[in-house]
Design a protein around this ligand. Structure first.
Ligand code: CA
Ligand code: CA
Length: 72
């Protein structure tokens, strides 16, 4: 179910995001994960729900793998 939501979010994001941002550009404090604040700074259209769906391990931030899955 969670996976389905993630796939749904990815589909919605690929429509709204004209081009995918680079992980290293989005991770502005360079701690290796992307917070909701960093994500929305790079992608203003990103919703809480889309972020939560992309955060597949539910730790409240996006690692490189989660971000890549969301961007592709
Ligand atoms: Ca960060
Ligand atoms: Ca995560």
């Amino acid at each position: 179910m969670k996976k389905f939501l993630a796939i749904l979010a990815v589909s919605l994001l690929s429509i709204s995001a004209a081009h995918a941002a680079e992980f290293t550009d989005v991770d502005s404090n360079e701690d290796g994960v992307i917070s909701m604040d960093e994500a929305t700074a790079a992608m203003p259209d990103l919703t809480d729900d889309a972020f939560a769906a992309a955060d597949t391990d539910g730790d409240g931030s996006l690692n490189a793998e989660e971000f890549a899955a969301m961007s592709n």
